[in-house]
Design a protein around this ligand. Structure first.
Ligand code: BTN
Length: 247
């Protein structure tokens, strides 16, 4: 039988960033694995490249502490697969059909419904702490102008949701997947690749300084995007700094 962790939830009214608060708390307290920091109003949310803006009391902004010391430094992508697939399973359960824009954006019909910021620390070549920050748009109906349009559960389903219930449901899914992770790495990666946004569809990308037409083939076990350049047929293995989606 797999042992599934129970979350310990720390709820705050307002925080700058749940990732930063969880990091600070980790230094000062002895936090158990699956500690979760959530706030109603996040005022300085951080994204992968820029801010994460979320209307107060409408959405879920939270961070989960995991200690996956069974993962080596080079296995970090397994955590991306775990988080993205868990969000996809949660949204599938809500009757939506999400896709994963590599590495960790969750989209519904090309619109962003969730973003993920994973921050790991290492000790002796294994992952000591993983702070998994998730912003999930739940009840927000109006979004500002972003490069990519945004959406929410409420926008997609025409109903409102109880934030605590949604958080509990999501935590059940991710912690169950996490308990199986040591034995499930392959199937998680397969599920992740199955749901990749634009896989097999010719699209335009910026690779370093060049604009190319390419087709996403998959993602390597190290988490690199495998993109075929349609002009040269070469398969490129790219990290986050090397590629930008132009769609
Ligand atoms: C992205 O799409 O660029 C990632 C967004 C991650 C946002 C979440 S909200 C909770 C947690 N705290 C933060 O400061 N960021 C993450």
């Amino acid at each position: 039988m797999l042992r599934v962790l129970s979350p310990t939830i720390y709820r705050y009214k307002q925080l700058k960033s749940t990732n930063d608060s969880l990091k600070e708390m980790r230094k000062e307290l002895s936090l158990s694995e699956a500690s979760v920091v959530v706030c109603d109003d996040q005022t300085g949310g951080r994204g992968v490249d820029g801010a994460w803006i979320s209307e107060s009391e409408k959405n879920l902004t939270f961070s989960i502490l995991l200690n996956p010391n069974f993962l080596k430094v080079e296995d970090q992508a397994d955590l991306n697969f775990l988080v993205s697939v868990s969000i996809v399973e949660y949204l599938d359960f809500k009757g939506l059909n999400p896709s994963i824009k590599w590495p960790n954006d969750i989209l519904i019909d090309g619109k962003k419904i969730a973003g993920v910021l994973v921050e790991n620390t290492f000790e002796n070549k294994v992952i000591r702490d993983s702070i998994i920050g998730i912003g999930l748009n739940v009840n927000q109906l109006n979004f500002g102008e972003f490069r990519r349009q945004a959406t929410s559960l409420a926008t997609e389903t025409n109903r409102a949701f109880n934030l605590q219930e949604e958080l509990d449901l999501f935590l059940k899914i991710i912690l169950k997947n996490y308990s199986a992770l040591p034995f499930n790495k392959k199937s998680l990666r397969t599920k992740y690749i199955d749901r990749l946004y634009l896989k097999g569809i010719q699209s335009r990308f910026q690779v370093q300084d060049e604009i190319i037409d390419g087709v996403i083939q998959g993602v390597s076990s190290f988490g690199l995007l495998q993109l075929q350049n349609k002009t040269t047929n070469e398969i490129l293995n790219l990290d986050l700094k090397e590629v930008k989606y132009l769609i």
